[in-house]
Design a protein around this ligand. Structure first.
Ligand code: HEM
Length: 461
């Protein structure tokens, strides 16, 4: 599944192939753009199935839309230096500044090297007690609210993953701030996504109600995060962790320490990247389980046989095989980051496709994950696709929820550890009776949210 896995058999990446580029007519473009405004992830999937693997559009900007693993590989790996993050990300700058998520070049590489040791597979094992402890804290809330109360599970997951980020990375108890952080981030992301889709029409400086709300939310978020940094600094005690690495680090070239603004940007980036995506995977998983009782039953069986009634340890994690498969399959259907934009620095030609310097390239991860050439019955939920026997057949670059290549997710190991532990503990002990069984649509706002809250009664098994 990862890039390092050996691939002896021929794969989709081998050889040469020719692809036709489908350029949309003005009318097709206008219709497609309306769809993009409504829901860009679903529109990408629809356009892929209607127009093919490589599509050129003019609205809102001249862009090349790619969906095929060969082309995703070309942009993220084979010719990665020609395809940095696009200028569209600038709309996230008021929120994330020049933190890890948005910085580039040598500066980005230095900042990433600085915190990377905290996120290696071995290092993240030490977060296990923090994760388990926070699941138990959520259990205590569920017990207090009782079996008849209807809870918003998506909100519970968002708070839980924020608590973990606070404890694990910043020595901060985010319980008091979780709601404020979650709410302000949502307001900012929603507005930034709108600005991103309406470039030249909705500019960040315009005093529209949405922009003003986002600006106010940014300021509140900054105030909360400054408090988190101050608290973390005060309680350091010589411990090496993410926050201390950021606060004591000296620039390799200048020897200077990070200034307060850069520190704020890095911490905000890690808070945002570190909780929202993981929480969405858990929420979508509960949603899918509510529609697939047979998968839920198998999951509960596995958890019972591996854990019984005890708390998980790090030895249990690799044994929770089906739990991991369920999470992978959820991320295939609902990748928390459904698309990523890149920009061509120079002209390029691959597979018969000509890319012009300055052109936007949209990688539609959501559509790639449902590509009918690579996934049988692409829209159905089937965690066994990721079983040992079948996973071998998964083609490289057809599954990349954490992205691949140099800008791949920093927190993949933490996210998987947290996801496996949380899901196993939660379904092992509780069942979730949804208030209604109606389907829930997607709502992409940079991340792939649920269009409405996932409400359920939480009852002991
Ligand atoms: C299931 C959970 C997660 C998923 C699906 C996910 C996915 C991704 C994706 C797709 C990107 C690339 C975004 C882009 O290029 O636009 C990314 C970047 C990033 N992720 Fe995650 N992520 C998850 C959890 C986490 C966690 C727990 C952390 C912890 C800190 C984290 C930290 C980051 C950072 C710092 C980046 C920027 C990396 C860089 O550009 O160098 N992520 N993630």
């Amino acid at each position: 599944m990862t890039e390092s896995s050996p691939q002896q058999k021929p794969t989709v990446l081998d050889g040469t192939r020719h692809f036709d580029v489908r350029t949309m007519s003005f009318l097709e473009d206008a219709v497609a753009f309306l769809g993009v405004l409504r829901n860009y992830a679903e529109a990408a999937c629809r356009n892929h199935r209607r127009y093919g693997d490589v599509i050129r559009t003019r609205l809102p900007l001249p862009s090349l839309l790619i969906n095929h693993p060969r082309h995703v590989h070309h942009v993220l790996r084979a010719n990665v230096l020609n395809y940095p993050k696009s200028r569209r990300y600038d709309y996230l700058r008021p929120l994330l500044g020049n933190g890890l998520f948005l910085s580039d070049g040598d500066f980005w590489a230095r900042q990433r090297r600085l915190v990377a040791p905290e996120f290696r597979q071995k290092s993240v094992q030490r977060f296990l007690p923090v994760i388990v402890g926070n699941v138990q804290a959520l259990f205590a809330e569920w017990e207090r609210s009782g079996p008849h109360a209807v809870r918003d599970l998506s909100d519970d997951m968002m708070r839980f993953t924020l608590w973990v980020v606070g404890d694990a990375m910043f020595r901060s108890d985010f319980r008091a701030e979780a709601e404020e952080i979650g709410h302000t981030l949502e307001v900012c992301l929603q507005q930034a996504t709108l600005q991103m889709m309406l470039p030249g029409i909705l500019r960040p400086w315009m005093p529209t109600p949405g922009n003003l709300r986002a600006r106010e939310a940014e300021q509140r978020l900054n105030a909360v995060v400054r408090k988190v940094i101050a608290h973390g600094r005060a309680s350091g005690g010589g411990q090496i962790d993410v926050l201390s690495r950021l606060t004591v680090a000296k620039d390799e070239q200048t020897g200077a320490q990070m200034d307060d603004q850069q520190l704020l940007d890095e911490v905000k980036s890690l808070i945002l990247a570190g909780h929202e995506t993981t929480s969405l995977v858990l929420s979508w998983t509960f949603y899918l389980l509510s529609q697939h009782p047979e998968v839920e039953a198998r999951l509960v069986d596995e958890v019972r046989s591996v854990l019984g009634d005890r708390l998980p340890t790090s030895e249990d994690v690799p044994r929770l095989v089906y739990t991991q498969q369920v999470l992978f399959e959820t991320m295939r259907l609902y990748p928390p980051v459904p698309g990523v934009p890149r920009m061509a620095l120079k002209d390029d030609v691959f597979d018969g496709i000509t890319v012009h310097a300055g052109e936007e390239i949209a990688l539609n991860i959501y559509a790639t994950h449902r590509h009918p050439e690579f996934w049988e019955r692409p829209d159905s939920f089937d965690p066994d696709r990721f079983s040992e026997a079948r996973a071998e057949a998964i083609q490289p670059y057809s599954f990349l929820p954490f992205l691949l290549g140099r800008r791949a997710c920093l927190g993949e190991h933490l996210a998987m550890l947290e996801g496996v532990l949380a899901l196993a503990m939660m379904v092992g002990r509780y069942r979730f009776d949804r208030e209604d069984r109606a389907p829930i649509a997607t709502r992409p706002i940079s991340t792939l949210r649920l269009a409405r809250p996932l409400r359920a009664r939480v009852r002991r098994r």
